[in-house]
Design a protein around this ligand. Structure first.
Ligand SMILES: *Cc1c(COP(=O)(O)O)cnc(C)c1O
Length: 356
């Protein structure tokens, strides 16, 4: 650490993302990306004339992408913010609304909420999930804090119905409720329509999962125009050109290719259901995932051993050794059907070997 670092940042704790292996033969199932390429329309944009104009700054309002999103999600462009991944969007939300405030989120959820709360010095309470890993809705209905919920939650994969989210939003008109819908596209109902009814709700989504664009890192959020305006103000004061023209062009192309999107989501859901069933038959307890990953534990095979053995088979998953509540679970991203068949075959071998 240099002698110039601001005193308030001397104990920053970085978020540790899933490892990015160099070996192309590794089956990478540790970061909830997809194993499918982006839409052909995205690839066409990258080869198009437009890329010759990258010597110019792009439109800082990102209106092209906002317009595509506003059509797709039936909102006004004044109700959309776009950014460099939903992590940046969440960062802008935390900075704009939570710096001097108090927030609550579940104790088992996306690790970045804690990281950001610490980074910005935000008073944060972690409300325990119930013993069965479901969200204790009543604890949020009676909250005196702003609320951040991933729905579906990660790494559990469980989802709350929109009616339960609405119960939380309606009970807390003086609190901002942020719903992170990173996995909503995998067969769930979105609470985006609620933004027309409540001005204390922000719904965050990403193209990193269901749109096969983690490497482009494009995120967006929906909310009442008053909230979006505040966020735009922070963005303009911090990084006016937060989304590159490349990202804006390919994000727009992706949103406009609904057919490919539907196809990819269906494939992932089918591979997920296959994986759930196959792992259950091998004696795993598999939580009922509504996402593009499964969260599993086994009667006698520890998560630590399973993780190490999968790695020996060239498969990487995500293990949480430092969190005692979930340290005996493994999170496995759903790849292609073929990749998941390889996982199941490897798992059978591992079980045979270790049982012997
Ligand atoms: C992956 C993920 C994100 C981050 O998405 P980016 O758009 O890639 O920054 C946010 N929230 C949850 C719950 C996630 O799983």
């Amino acid at each position: 650490m240099s002698r110039f670092i601001s005193p308030r940042y001397t104990d920053l704790v970085p978020y540790i993302p899933g490892e990015q292996p160099k070996d192309p033969d590794i089956i990478k199932l540790n970061a909830n990306e997809t194993s499918m390429p982006p839409s052909p329309r995205v690839l066409a944009v990258l080869k198009s004339e437009r890329m010759r104009h990258l010597s110019r700054y792009t439109d800082p309002s990102s209106m092209e992408l906002k317009t595509a999103l506003s059509r797709r999600y039936a909102v006004r462009t004044s109700e959309v913010l776009v950014g460099n991944g939903s992590d940046e969007i969440l960062g802008l939300i935390f900075l704009t609304f939570f710096e001097q405030a108090r927030i609550a989120y579940p104790d088992v959820t996306y690790g970045f909420y804690r990281t950001m709360a610490r980074s910005f010095g935000i008073d944060h309470a972690e409300i325990p999930l119930r013993a069965d890993f479901t969200v204790d809705v009543d604890a949020y209905v009676h909250s005196d804090r702003h609320i951040v919920l991933a729905n579906p939650n990660a790494p559990t994969g469980y989802v709350l119905p929109v009616s339960e989210i609405e119960r939380i939003v309606a009970a807390n008109p003086q609190r901002l409720v942020v719903i992170d819908e990173a996995y909503v596209d995998y067969g769930n109902e979105s609470c985006v329509p609620l933004i027309h009814k409540y001005d204390n709700l922000l719904v965050v989504q990403t193209m990193s999962k269901s749109r096969n664009l983690a490497g482009a890192h494009i995120g967006y959020c929906f909310g009442a125009a008053s909230l979006i305006k505040d966020l735009e103000g922070m963005k303009a004061a911090f990084n006016p050109f937060n989304l590159s023209d490349v990202s804006m062009a390919i994000g727009t192309a992706s949103v406009e290719d609904e057919v490919y999107f539907d196809h990819c989501v269906k494939e992932t859901i089918a591979a997920r259901e296959y994986t759930k069933e196959a792992l259950r038959q091998l004696g795993f307890y598999v939580m009922d995932s509504h996402t593009n990953f499964v969260f599993v534990t086994h009667t006698w095979l520890t998560a630590e051993a399973y993780n190490a053995q999968l790695r020996a088979h060239g498969i990487i998953a995500r293990h949480y050794p430092d969190d005692p509540r979930v340290s005996n679970f493994l999170r496995i991203t759903i790849g292609t059907r073929e990749e998941m068949e390889t996982v199941i075959a490897a798992t059978k071998e591992i079980l045979c070997q270790l049982a012997a």
